[in-house]
Design a protein. Structure first.
Length: 364
């Protein structure tokens, strides 16, 4: 009888422990609520058209408009000559002043492709794009296209991955592995590094030494552009875009290793741009934003970092670089996160994660 009573006590304790674990493991759902809005097919990039609509790319080739109030989806025709191969396809998309900008893996023939950028006047029926940038040379690889887009003033910034070619990121006579800066019409600014002490650089290149940059964001607080970058086996990072500088790939390994297990190089050394935050092992950083909104106004000015492998949203407080604070907002809640957007009016957060569009807001 004593044994039975003890067994019942143990069962009760285990039940209570599991109950507590269940609720605390959902700790972020106590503070935030998640709503799956609509199903998509491999969504990659998104941009608000207005307060009610997002324009979204699917990597396999479709462009869709989603009404976040009604969840109605419409498809927009387009004329892009893209190659859906490996990590390539339709990538980031950006709406600004009635024009749509898109980055994509352009089909250059014989299975060769490039990270290209095109522009079209907005139309809900069909987008007639014209290229304003092509990364050279075209490469037979399905890896590391980047690519994110940011507009600052009359400049378009774009991240271009090194296509799995490693040291090409150290060669400024080639575009892969760099940050691109052009005017909104595709013309080249006359103060790009080529014209300011780096005559061997291609005229569109702003910064070099980058591996696979899938996050790019303009801060409305300090006017700087920040980026995230995939390392190899470790060595992801978040840092500032800096004119004429070099993040070091593949001389530096940023703390990571080759997938074979062999080291790449030092985490950092003088002469190269130093990132603000590193992740070893890799969390597979993807889209980022510098938060500016009402829903989570205590986060204003902080970096929100999404991830694929880690399936997390992380917050960085980095105004004091000598004392950076990182918090995991949530993990394993909505799947692999590809993109993040902040609503332009209410500050609620929208994610492309897995095959879905998600909304995150404060729990009521």
């Amino acid at each position: 009888m004593v044994e039975d009573l003890n067994f019942l006590k143990v069962k009760k304790v285990l039940f209570l422990t599991l109950l507590i674990f269940f609720f605390t493991s959902k700790s972020f759902s106590q503070d935030y609520s998640f709503q799956k809005l609509t199903k998509l097919d491999g969504p990659w990039g998104s941009s608000f058209l207005n307060e009610n609509e997002l324009i979204i790319t699917e990597k396999s080739g479709k462009i869709k408009i989603v009404n976040i109030k009604s969840n109605k989806i419409s498809e927009v025709d387009h004329n892009l000559n893209f190659l859906d191969y490996g990590q390539g396809g339709l990538l980031d998309i950006l709406f600004k002043d009635n024009f749509v900008y898109i980055s994509y893996s352009e089909n250059r023939g014989n299975w060769k492709s490039s990270t290209s950028i095109a522009k079209a006047k907005f139309d809900k029926i069909k987008l007639n794009f014209e290229n304003i940038f092509q990364a050279e040379p075209p490469i037979d690889s399905g890896y590391h296209f980047g690519s994110r887009l940011v507009i600052k003033d009359n400049y378009l910034f774009a991240s271009a991955g090194e296509r799995g070619q490693g040291m090409i990121a150290q060669d400024p006579t080639n575009h892969p592995g760099s940050i691109i800066r052009i005017h909104l019409d595709g013309s080249i600014p006359n103060d790009n590094p080529k014209f300011k002490g780096n005559p061997n650089w291609l005229p569109e290149i702003y910064q070099i030494g980058i591996r696979n940059p899938q996050g790019l964001s303009l801060s409305p607080f300090d006017g700087k552009i920040y980026m995230s970058n995939h390392g190899a086996k470790g060595g992801d990072w978040f840092g500032e875009v800096k004119k004429g500088e070099n993040y070091g790939w593949k001389i530096l390994g940023w703390g990571g290793k080759n997938y074979s297990g062999f080291p790449i190089g030092p985490k950092w050394k003088p002469g190269f741009t130093k990132a603000i935050q590193y992740w070893v092992p890799s969390i597979a950083t993807s889209a980022i934003t510098i938060y500016d909104g009402n829903e989570f106004n205590e986060w204003n000015g902080h970096a929100l970092i999404t991830s694929l492998k880690d399936q997390s949203l992380r917050k960085l407080i980095f105004n004091d670089l000598s004392s950076i604070k990182e918090d995991i907002i949530f993990k394993d809640e909505i799947g692999r996160i590809r993109d993040i957007q902040v609503h332009p009016k209410d500050g609620k957060i929208y994610f492309l994660a897995g095959d879905n569009l998600w909304l995150m807001e404060k729990a009521k």
